[in-house]
Design a protein around this ligand. Sequence first.
Ligand code: ATP
Ligand SMILES: O=c1ccn([C@@H]2O[C@H](COP(=O)(O)O)[C@@H](O)[C@H]2O)c(=O)[nH]1
Length: 237
Amino acid sequence: MLSTDIQKLENGGTSPRETTPFITFVLGGPGSGKGTQCMRIVENFGFTHLSAGDLLRHEISSNSEYAPMILNTIKDGKIVPSEVTVKLLQKAIESIDNDKFLIDGFPRSEENRLQYERIIGMEPNVVLFFDCPQEEMVKRVLNRRQGRIDDNEETVKERLKVFMALTMPVVDYYAKRGKIYKIDATGTEDEIFARVLPAFASLQFEMDYLLGHLTGHRKFTEPCKIVRLFLWTVWPS
Ligand SMILES: Nc1ncnc2c1ncn2[C@@H]1O[C@H](COP(=O)(O)OP(=O)(O)OP(=O)(O)O)[C@@H](O)[C@H]1O
Ligand SMILES: O=c1ccn([C@@H]2O[C@H](COP(=O)(O)O)[C@@H](O)[C@H]2O)c(=O)[nH]1
């Protein structure tokens, strides 16, 4: 039998981490530029980039027992069952020696979010939301030309429907919890990254503090959040 990442987890998996990592979810519609900006965040801020879509595509190419189901789901522009995606993310987080993760393209639904919180046992620290007009997203997807099975007009229409119906409620949920950094995702890659930078600059102290890179007392956490939100409000881009 093939030994897949998911099967390894079901058989006991990897050992849990000793430290609680700093988790950033990265949301936005198909082609909004999440992956492109994540690469820059990695280069500048030392995060590990975990693309949920890439993890699922890896399952397809490694021919796991889930491969046919994942392939068909991606082809149809629908959402893979939460258990599968969350286990892949869990394994990656537990096996990679870093304490800062960008989780790109997840959670795609409230059900994804609840399952993640149930299994991982915590919320993300922050959520970046790349806000892009639909016609621009469609243009970018159809110009991508990386041979992706879902980069065609029919699938992108479905992905946009799924995004509006199922993913936007997740964005709204985190907005209510004060965790959303909304980024205008129009313009050049450089212009967009210039809007991303202040978000991470305002988070740097809080990240260092929470990850134990600064010494101090836990009571500083709430003031940190207030300062961060203040900075973001007066200087969002
Ligand atoms: N600001 C931009 N202007 C024009 N094209 C862009 C811009 N940013 C990214 N692209 C291009 O658009 C395409 C989609 O970008 P990217 O893969 O980063 O989006 P994504 O949000 O991760 O998409 P998906 O959710 O479909 O994986 C890529 O070909 C990328 O090179
Ligand atoms: O959490 C996830 C992430 C992705 N999918 C499926 O994969 C494709 C492609 O995802 P990208 O983020 O654009 O790479 C997506 O349309 C879904 O079908 C998923 O089900 N769950």
